[in-house]
Design a protein around this ligand. Structure first.
Ligand SMILES: Nc1ncnc2c1ncn2[C@@H]1O[C@H](COP(=O)(O)OP(=O)(O)OP(=O)(O)O)[C@@H](O)[C@H]1O
Length: 684
């Protein structure tokens, strides 16, 4: 695993999936046989380093002053003269080395030299200033990041693609325009942005040029497929999306531009540029993330308008990205009927400049009036489904109770020792991750390799040991998930963990952090009062992080020791009442295997701050796929619970049409009343 960096610092505490497979492949002997493996790609890991000691903007400034390096304080970066300019053959457009071309990220300390394109960590920079090795000189050059085979592939596709207006069949060009909604986008616009069309793949081809337009570094292919009256778009990027980032439209930006509109799709940038004439750039991975490596390219702008799309998710992403860009210079276009995505607005004949003028400032003081909030409240009311969050695809009963997974919430999850908490929470988080929820795992008890193995088995819904020939196929798909792991194991200080989480939110736009489990942050205090106070403090810290970072935290907590035959309750969570008070949701994995047979579990939602619906539903464990999701033919029953005293309604979870909720009582083959211990059967 990549533990030592080029400057010799043991830095990695966050690990992307790419880093795990190698560990896995090296591990169990049973997995060592099988088809030949492909060569491992080192470059893919280059941008994923995290300093153990986070650096602050103040420290960066102090360091530069102490070493007599002049600097300018920017929006999200500090600018300084680059010590790497001489090392590069590359020069900027004018052929001259640029002064102050080194951009140091104020949050992470990572730097990028815009002239030589050298990049590296804060430690690399310090090493180079202090003459301790040549740090970034040997480092990865952003422009050279794509592997040679990728570059060839990029060039091959680019050479085969043609401008739309050069297609031999006018009908084909017309069809492509209709499919991609480009009927109002002119040839001139397509030409300025160098958009081409790849006939064999029926795809538009968007180029990513390096700054200064010096070379073609990557491509995004956009295919379109008609589905009823909607068009479904499919994106492919070369090099692989997670390994390379660039902004579409960069060569059209002039150094004198002080304002830019950021979009989440290349097509939107075409529409915006054509109808407003304003500089515009499209983010490489849409609303999924804004990688900090792109921030230096946006430093020159005094005003950035984010117009990312027409749904609540785009709005959430815009707010998140504005934090990174410095909210004081950002304005956001709110999604709404009269404010669809830019391309849609162009096609509807709306005035895009007027829509841009309605953009709201992203910066709020700490006290706001309802006037500032009313638009947001309206947005939530008119998008009730989206406001309820991302819905699970494998756990429909969880959707019925919790309605969805929302940003900024704290979920506390408990269950008896060895009952399958980790296994369940792994599938619960994986489900969300496959739907684009950027996820960070803190697994302190079991190793990341074991956890990833459980997750991959759940992802493939079957034992991979028996189908090793499919391993690469599944691993490739799994690798594309926005999933990261902290590399902590065993006891950790809460400060280090929160720092890492903050860093991950900044770098990878993490929206969900899973901590398994809280006991690993409690130190070794012997006195039980100390332990309870320590736990309260830790829960407070996670609560604050969730709210401040607009990130969902799922926290696994062990229960107190209870009698085996008793159901757990909210009060069974170890410690004081703080955990359940601070949590937005409390989930309990009820282990009744001794009573109801092997594999059976119940998931109880015992607190739900969003809309108060609580209840319990059965889970059936499948030992080969390690999944808990309910098989389609299951007779499982969801029970909603009205209050502490009784059940009100049950519904078939299999979703039979016309099912009427009924008053129910507990039967031994159904979910137990979680608030009344079922003592009718002996426990062993
Ligand atoms: N419903 C189940 N029936 C049988 N085995 C299960 C069930 N759920 C999980 N397991 C298996 O039990 C083992 C322990 O599961 P897991 O680590 O998820 O439990 P846990 O509650 O997180 O444990 P701990 O209390 O030690 O944190 C795993 O091997 C898992 O595959």
């Amino acid at each position: 695993m990549w533990v030592l960096l080029r400057s010799g610092y043991p830095l990695r505490i966050l690990l992307p999936l790419r880093g795990l497979w190698m560990g896995w492949r090296g591990l169990p002997r049973s997995l060592a046989v099988g088809p030949p493996r492909r060569r491992y790609r080192k470059e893919a890991l280059a941008a994923l380093e995290v300093p153990v000691l986070p650096v602050t903007a103040t420290e960066i400034r102090q360091y530069l002053r102490a070493h007599g390096i002049p600097f300018q304080d920017g929006h999200s970066c500090v600018r300084a003269p680059s010590p790497f300019v001489g090392a590069s053959k590359l020069k900027d457009e004018t052929g001259a080395a640029t002064s102050f071309s080194l951009f140091i990220d104020k949050t992470t300390g990572r730097f990028l030299c815009m002239t030589s394109l050298a990049e590296g960590s804060w430690e690399d920079f310090q090493a180079s200033v202090e003459g301790r090795g040549d740090g970034a000189r040997e480092g990865v050059l952003l422009s050279e990041a794509p592997e040679a085979e990728d570059s060839e592939e990029v060039q091959r596709i680019w050479d085969r693609a043609v401008p739309l207006w050069e297609l031999p069949e006018p009908k084909e060009a017309q069809l492509a325009r209709v499919m991609f909604g480009l009927t109002k986008v002119t040839d001139d616009t397509l030409k300025r942005f160098s958009v081409r069309y790849l006939r064999p793949a029926h795809s538009l081809v968007f180029p990513w040029f390096s700054p200064g337009g010096l070379g073609l570094r990557g491509l995004k292919l956009l295919g379109a497929e008609g589905q009823g009256d909607r068009v479904h778009y499919m994106e492919t990027t070369i090099p692989q999306a997670g390994a390379f980032h660039n902004l579409f439209g960069l060569p059209l930006i002039s150094r004198r531009d002080v304002e830019v509109v950021l979009t989440s799709r290349e097509l939107d940038s075409l529409a915006l540029s054509q109808s407003t004439g304003l500089p515009t750039l499209a983010l490489p991975r849409g609303t999924a993330c804004l990688p900090p490596v792109l921030l230096p390219y946006l430093e020159q702008f005094r005003r950035i308008v984010l117009w990312l799309g027409d749904d609540l998710r785009s709005w959430e992403a815009a707010k998140l990205f504005a934090r990174k860009l410095n909210p004081k210079r950002c304005s956001l276009v709110r999604p709404g009927d009269q404010q669809p995505s830019p391309l849609e607005a162009l096609n509807q004949g709306l005035n895009l400049s007027r829509i841009l003028r309605t953009a709201l400032p992203a910066w709020h003081k700490s006290i706001v009036s309802f006037r500032q909030l009313r638009e947001e409240v309206l947005g939530e009311l008119s998008n009730v489904e989206q406001a309820a969050g991302v819905r699970w695809s494998r756990f429909p009963d969880l959707n019925r109770l919790l309605k969805g997974h929302r940003k900024g919430e704290l979920t506390v999850f408990t269950g008896p020792t060895g009952s399958g908490k980790t296994t369940f929470i792994s599938e619960y988080a994986l489900d969300l991750c496959t739907q684009g929820v950027n996820t960070l795992w803190g697994s302190f008890e079991i190793s990341n390799v074991r956890l990833a193995r459980v997750m991959l088995t759940q992802f493939a819904v079957g034992r991979l040991e028996e189908q090793l020939d499919k391993y690469d196929e599944w691993a490739d798909r799994f690798e594309d998930l926005p999933l990261y792991f902290m590399t902590f194991h065993g006891q950790q200080s809460i400060r280090t963990v929160i720092d890492t989480m903050q860093h991950a939110v900044y770098v990878y736009d993490i929206c969900h952090v899973v901590i398994d489990n809280l006991q690993f942050m409690m130190g070794h205090e012997q006195l039980s009062t100390d332990r309870i106070a320590a736990q309260d403090y830790i829960i407070g810290a996670f609560r604050k992080f969730a709210t401040d970072s607009s990130c969902h935290v799922t926290l696994v907590i062990h229960p107190r020791k209870e009698d085996d035959d008793k159901e757990l309750q909210t009060a069974s969570i170890f410690g004081s009442a703080k955990a359940s008070q601070e949590a937005d949701n409390v989930l309990i994995l009820q282990d009744r295997r001794l009573v109801t047979g092997p594999g059976k579990r119940y998931l109880q939602v015992s607190k739900n701050r969003f809309d108060g619906d609580v209840g319990v539903f059965p889970l059936e464990f499948n030992k080969s796929s390690l999944t808990f999701s309910i098989p389609p033919k299951s007779k499982a029953r969801l029970k909603k619970i009205k209050d502490d005293n009784g059940l009100v309604a049950k519904k078939p979870s299999s979703g039979k049409k016309g099912a009427v909720p009924q008053i129910s009582e507990t039967h031994s083959d159904q979910a137990p009343n979680p608030n009344k211990p079922d003592l009718s059967k002996p426990s062993r």
